[in-house]
Design a protein around this ligand. Structure first.
Ligand SMILES: [Zn+2]
Length: 190
């Protein structure tokens, strides 16, 4: 006969156990070539900035990125400017030799590949910083949108706590950015 204690034990054993599964997780940034990651080295796509030395037209296109970033242009705008600059004259002159494959004339430099390099190469870290500021803006705006309980007009405490936590972290991030800009002798941004 089952007792109440037996029932409790049964309930405990009914709890789904966490079983680690192979490949359930992956690195945020792959350090070996055989694992997936967001960066150029983990992709088989053509990337102009990875393939060619930093001189001539490549150097000019990198200067274009820094200039547009300094003007506060957003990532999609800079990505599109690079894509157009590549298509307008550079692509036709480009020969690519992917490892183990025949050479490719005028390879496409896709928007995804350009964005991947801009964000993950660390050459243009200012772009990632701007993207983080935009993420904070977006999160703060959404947290604001759900701050008040419509039926009671009361502040939802859980949402307020999450909001102030976001703002605190954002202030720390901005202070860090300003300290870096000051050390470099640059101006404040954001
Ligand atoms: Zn690249």
């Amino acid at each position: 006969m089952q007792t109440a204690m037996d029932d409790d034990l049964m309930d405990d054993t009914d709890e789904p156990a966490f079983t680690p599964v192979k490949d359930a997780f992956r690195p945020a940034y792959a350090l070996s070539a055989d694992s997936a990651g967001p960066q150029c080295s983990a992709s088989t796509d053509f990337c102009l900035f990875c393939e060619f030395a930093n001189d001539g037209i490549v150097s000019e296109m990198k200067t274009l990125v820094h200039t547009l970033a300094a003007d506060g242009k957003e990532l999609p705008v800079i990505t599109e400017a690079l894509r157009r600059a590549y298509e307008d004259g550079v692509r036709e002159e480009t020969e690519w030799s992917p490892p183990g494959c025949p050479p490719v004339h005028a390879p496409e430099w896709t928007t995804a590949s350009i964005r991947r390099h801009l964000l993950y190469s660390t050459e243009f870290s200012e772009l990632f910083d701007v993207a983080i500021v935009q993420m904070f803006h977006s999160i703060i705006e959404r947290q604001n949108a759900s701050m008040i309980d419509s039926s009671t007009n009361m502040v939802v405490e859980e949402h307020r706590a999450a909001f102030t936590d976001t703002v605190k972290t954002f202030i720390k991030f901005k202070a860090h950015q300003d300290a870096i800009a000051k050390r470099r002798g640059g101006s404040k941004r954001g």
